[in-house]
Write a protein that binds this ligand. Structure first.
Ligand SMILES: [Fe+2]
Length: 423
């Protein structure tokens, strides 16, 4: 059992090929705490936003890395900073608005004032009052800054790391992720909205879901029933990066017109029709014609391009049985009004109010209930496509789920049985 000392006190994964996942990892408090330490405070990168969200000096945007609240901030000279949103004095939340613009951030509790880079600028009453009290001699504001994150960008997307010396973002993302992000973010971006979805499930159930394409025809049967997708008319491509930590999944519609204006899989005849087909009427727009792109970046960043909806999601663990995903919907700065309306309309299908996200959440929440009831024993069965972790050009495989767990074990220092035996 994973969460039990096995003689050496070490955790061991059930199989060498990651075709089993112990239910316990979705429900254990101990595992959850270890994830915060080893993964979210470890040498990983998490998305913090798009540069355009913090365009002006003093602009800021609040989010999370794991359970740690963080602030992305544009400094006075245009540089990007990120810091933990926890006062260096007594731990209060410093920035209390989700987004805004301010050249200083003042803690509500005792008035400590921080600059746009997270440095402490002033601490009230540090010299006491009328000769009494105050901080000891030797108190220096520069010793009490907000904890800073490493920050780097690719194609206008901002990532942060709580680790003091993570790998470079360039190396961490790898060629396939960088190329895909560059293609999607090919011209200046503009954010048009945010949504959030809280789910009563472990955050890893959601990350698995984003890396498992073969559930779609069963769970999301409405898409074929209403003729929105024709599974026989799509080409699939799956690429891994960073030793399988990240997934780059794409489809291309084979029946598109030369101008890219055929509806997704529109060739599928179906007696059922949507009342308002505009929610699914996409036009081709990426230069390589890829219609669906799901980039899942370990541990908890997701980029989704589905038809004309462009979004990234930050996945925030809250507790072993609860997580939140925050959608940031974006478009191109030079979109005309028609294209903007198209994106907003389609977000009704692909966002948290649409069938896809609701059906996924329904399954993940019910899974959490069933596995948390008896999590001390048992494991999942992840053998679709065999036991390999190979890039395949079809969706009928759980290779990407296996590669997630392989990397999970790497970051968590959880050995496989054979690695344990070799010790
Ligand atoms: Fe799904």
């Amino acid at each position: 059992m994973l969460d039990q000392p096995n003689g050496s006190g070490q955790l061991v994964w059930p199989t060498d090929d990651f075709t089993r996942t112990p239910y316990e990892v979705y429900a254990s408090d101990r595992i959850f705490a270890r994830e915060q330490e080893k993964i979210f405070n470890g040498p990983t990168w998490v998305i913090l936003g798009i540069e355009c969200e913090v365009a002006e000096p003093g602009s800021f945007s609040c989010s999370c890395v794991g359970t740690t609240p963080v602030v992305l901030s544009r400094g006075e000279d245009g540089e990007l900073f990120a810091f933990v949103n926890k006062c260096a004095h007594r731990g209060a939340r410093v920035v209390r608005e989700l987004r805004g613009r301010s050249m200083t951030h003042t803690c509500l509790y005792h008035g400590w004032v921080y600059g746009t880079n997270g440095d402490l600028k002033a601490a009230p009453l540090s010299n006491g009052l009328m000769g009494q009290g105050g901080y000891p001699e030797g108190f220096r504001t520069e010793d009490h800054c907000l904890q800073k994150l490493q920050v780097d960008t690719h194609a206008g997307i901002v990532f942060g790391s709580l680790h003091p010396s993570p790998p470079s973002l360039h190396d961490y993302l790898g060629d396939a992720v960088r190329d895909r992000l560059s293609t999607i973010c090919h011209s200046p971006l503009k954010v048009w909205g945010y949504q959030r979805q809280t789910m009563a499930c472990n955050w890893k159930l959601f990350m698995e879901n984003t890396r498992d394409m073969y559930h779609a025809p069963m769970l999301h049967a409405f898409a074929t029933k209403y003729g929105l997708v024709n599974p026989t008319k799509q080409q699939h491509a799956l690429r891994f990066e960073n030793d399988g930590a990240h997934q780059v999944y794409s489809t291309i519609e084979m029946d598109r017109d030369a101008d890219g204006k055929a509806a997704s899989g529109g060739a599928l005849e179906s007696p059922l029709k949507l009342e308002d087909p505009r929610v699914a009427e996409g036009v081709g727009e990426l230069p390589d014609g890829l219609y669906v792109n799901i980039i899942s970046i370990f541990p908890a960043t997701l980029f989704t391009v589905a038809a004309n909806t462009l979004s990234f999601r930050q996945v925030r663990p809250i507790s072993p049985g609860k997580c939140e995903t925050v959608y940031t919907w974006f478009q191109y700065e030079d979109d005309d009004e028609e294209m903007h309306e198209r994106r907003v309309m389609q977000s009704n299908l692909f966002g948290p109010g649409g069938y896809v996200a609701m059906e996924d959440a329904e399954v993940m929440e019910s899974t959490q209930k069933s596995i948390a009831r008896g999590y001390e024993a048992g494991s999942t069965f992840v053998e679709m496509g065999g036991g390999s972790i190979a890039e395949e050009n079809h969706p009928v495989t759980e290779a990407s789920v296996r590669s997630f767990w392989k990397n999970y074990c790497k970051y968590m220092d959880i050995p496989t049985p054979s690695a344990q035996a070799a010790e």
